[in-house]
Design a protein around this ligand. Structure first.
Ligand SMILES: [Zn+2]
Length: 272
């Protein structure tokens, strides 16, 4: 058996350290290329759309409006908007879709749903070859958000019926973002999620047993759908939600770090 001195291994050791440094640098290089970290003022064409069509934004204080605007621009910059039934994606589509993502995540200072990079826009319900069903929208773990524009617009046009496709899909995206191990990971306090799941389970059981509920039946499909349906109601009918189930409403304000009722009374979103 040959004897080796440690110096014999030195070239390999140097090579290993060098490659670790290189890998580290390239990973850092990737994240610094992300446009979403370059906060800049919202472009006028998008601002106009928010001012005309986005009630949540219209109700914000002027300080919160500025904050909302830069986050909308960062979301637009950080995502590819891909038309499916259209020749191009217009400013209204980009502004309002980004708006729904920021509305949901407004309580978190810098959250931008980083895992999601592509937003596919259909005109109407579309046929999914995976589920073999027609969908209004979907979100998948590969980083895709799919929306049908007509349904999205209806969600905001009828703003107080507890139905909002944009917020519904963004709610799915938020929970996935929280579960996927990346820069934006585990930002929701586990205690709030656990409390929410506990209260949700009880409400879902009530719905499954045929009891009258503030939440539509679809919410009882599974815990992910219940969360998405709860989010729709949290923003569209906060007063009624609070009156129906104070504890669940309160848990959602902790989970999302914002309270739409107080926000519109002029309070800042953080702390609320
Ligand atoms: Zn859903």
């Amino acid at each position: 058996m040959e004897e080796y001195e440690w110096e014999d291994w030195l070239p390999f050791l140097i090579l290993m350290v060098a490659s670790v440094i290189y890998l580290g640098k390239s990973a850092l290089g990737l994240s610094s290329h992300r446009k979403r970290h370059n906060f800049r003022p919202l472009e006028q064409e998008y601002k106009k759309e928010l001012e005309e069509h986005f009630l949540y934004y219209q109700n914000l204080s002027s300080t919160n409006k500025r904050k909302f605007e830069t986050r909308v621009q960062a979301f637009i910059d950080g995502n590819d908007f891909i038309p499916r039934s259209y020749t191009h994606v217009n400013a209204e589509m980009k502004a309002l879709i980004a708006g729904s993502a920021i509305q949901l995540t407004f309580g978190f200072e810098h959250l931008n749903l980083e895992h999601f990079r592509k937003i596919l826009i259909y005109k109407d319900n579309y046929y999914s070859t995976i589920t073999r069903k027609y969908h209004q929208g979907e979100v998948n773990a590969r980083g895709l958000i799919v929306l049908s524009w007509n349904n999205f617009v209806e969600g905001y046009e009828v703003h107080d019926d507890g139905r909002n496709l944009g917020l519904h899909e963004m709610a799915h995206a938020l929970r996935l973002e929280n579960a996927i191990n990346n820069d934006e990971y585990d930002f929701i306090d586990d205690a709030h999620i656990n409390k929410f799941e506990l209260l949700a389970k009880a409400e879902m059981e009530r719905i499954q047993m045929g009891a009258d509920s503030f939440f539509r039946k679809y919410g009882a499909a599974n815990r992910h759908e219940f969360f998405a349906v709860a989010v729709e109601n949290f923003f569209e009918r906060p007063n009624e939600f609070k009156e129906y189930h104070l504890e669940l409403y309160h848990t959602m304000t902790l989970l999302l770090k914002q309270d739409p009722i107080r926000l519109f009374q002029g309070y800042n979103s953080v702390p609320f």
